[in-house]
Design a protein. Structure first.
Length: 65
């Protein structure tokens, strides 16, 4: 059984993580009034986990990571 790369939920989690990083780098969080410390601590932890899962995933094998 093969798994489509574009239908992989892990791929989309990694893409979402990258979008959050771009929003953080460009200062969008500060512009909307969210304190930088909350964003830095929370978003960075979520981003690191999502990227880690995305990097370790093998989307061509549906049976394992």
């Amino acid at each position: 059984m093969t798994q489509s790369r574009w239908r992989s939920p892990v791929l989309w989690a990694a893409i979402a993580a990258q979008v959050l990083v771009v929003l953080k780098i460009t200062g969008v969080w500060t512009a909307v009034g969210i304190p930088e410390t909350i964003v830095t601590d929370t978003v960075t932890a979520v981003i690191q986990l999502a990227v880690l899962v995305g990097v370790l995933n093998n989307p061509t094998d549906a049976q394992s990571w």
